[in-house]
Design a protein around this ligand. Sequence first.
Ligand code: GAR
Length: 217
Amino acid sequence: MSKLKLGVLISGRGSNLQALIDACAAPDFPAEIALVLSNKADAFGLERAAKAGIATAVVSHRDYPGDKPAFEAAMNATLRDSGVELVCLAGFMRLLSPWFVGQWHNALINIHPSLLPSFKGLDTHQRALDTGVRFHGCTVHYVRPEMDEGPIIAQAAVPVLPGDDAHRLADRVLDSEHRLYPHAVRLIAEGRARVDGDLVRIEGPVPELAAVVNPPL
Ligand code: GAR
């Protein structure tokens, strides 16, 4: 069976990229990374990719001052040339234009460190703490032109615990991101996640989960 070809877009340390690299190393995983593309030449994720023998490319926004269309056209061409079928944003910190998002309609996904639609944007962990929510987490969703919007594929919830600060909470969420992103990619690659309007329908059996209560009963 041929594997779904991923292009992973990064800007930094690439721990979610590492989770995808590790998942793709399993022979039965239905996707493979065709290219890791960074907008920053010094992103640590590029070293992770090189170590795993994965092709890398850098398209720096700094080489296109004031010309976002040319920057995005260069990224788009690089991804197409590598045969990428699904683009995965993994800590890619540039806002993508409606043009780029349209080029990859329903073939572009993002991981965001909150339970969307709560806490779009930056600084999600401190904002969750300040709001007093008892659960926080992460979301993998299809990308639409509006920031942190789009059909939700999968979410992981983690408890907010007494004594948490933003760093502790971020670490807990990040662990859940590393489990969630490969899971979401698998659902797509196996054809189990189907976009239907603004929603993603999950095909196949899904076991019922009991309510999780925090603080515990
Ligand atoms: C992750 O927490 C990811 O959810 C977040 O950046 C971090 C990247 O870490 N993404 C966003 O905030 C996007 N709006 P990583 O480089 O170690 O994967």
